[in-house]
Design a protein around this ligand. Sequence first.
Ligand code: URA
Length: 264
Amino acid sequence: MHSNRMPKSRDDAEALLRLHLEYAVDQAIGDEPINRYELDKRDARPLEPAKKPAVPEPSEPLDKVAAAAEMAGKARNLEELRDAMESYEHCNLKNSARRLVFSDGRPDARLMIVGEAPGRDEDIQGKPFVGKAGRLLDAMFAAIDLSRNSDTAENGLYITNVIPWRPPGNRAPETEEIEMMRPFVFRHVELAEPELLVLMGNIACSAIINSMGITRIRGDWREVQGIPVMPTFHPAYLLRNPLSKRLAWHDLLAVKVKMGESKQ
Ligand code: URA
């Protein structure tokens, strides 16, 4: 780019000046001038390879399940657990739902029920199982003398869901959503300390006992955290398949018998 040739004409000289101006010859970049034409060629060193710009390492993908487990683990009682769930920001369902649906009934009840996820009515009222399926659930448990509105822990019910926010359009919860809410529902059971647990439908079974296929697994006692667990049909399924109510009744009688046994 530089030339030792002297400009031959005024036009050449002006063109050369303009070029130097373009090269920012009028801007000082050091305190002392350097005559680069006089630099000994032997000193010329190859240009240092340009340093790579420091590209920040991609941050670790957020482990939403670990975050949930940490928050759930810190909750020392049900109120703190509810607060922890309210402040958990990694489940997108929270963005479309009206509110968190935490629980209903008596936290000191001997029997705890775990369902799937709130629907429209639950999303509006902020309580689990208050729609059509909820009315069937209430009738089913009333048949074995248990109620969420009972005056006693003995005959009470405590009800929650795996997923606390209504999935849009009542779609089924996705595996990732179940995984990230699992630590909360486990902690919920741990803090409520029920004597017995009833899981209603496949989603509750997949979250708590890691099994699906409710038609096959219903009616057989399992155990979680030392608590006997009865998997049974979801009341919404029973509304669509009334013939299965007979089997659900069988499961409820088994629950009643177990409660009588553990009282003695
Ligand atoms: N179905 C559920 O599983 N839970 C509810 O709260 C309502 C409907």
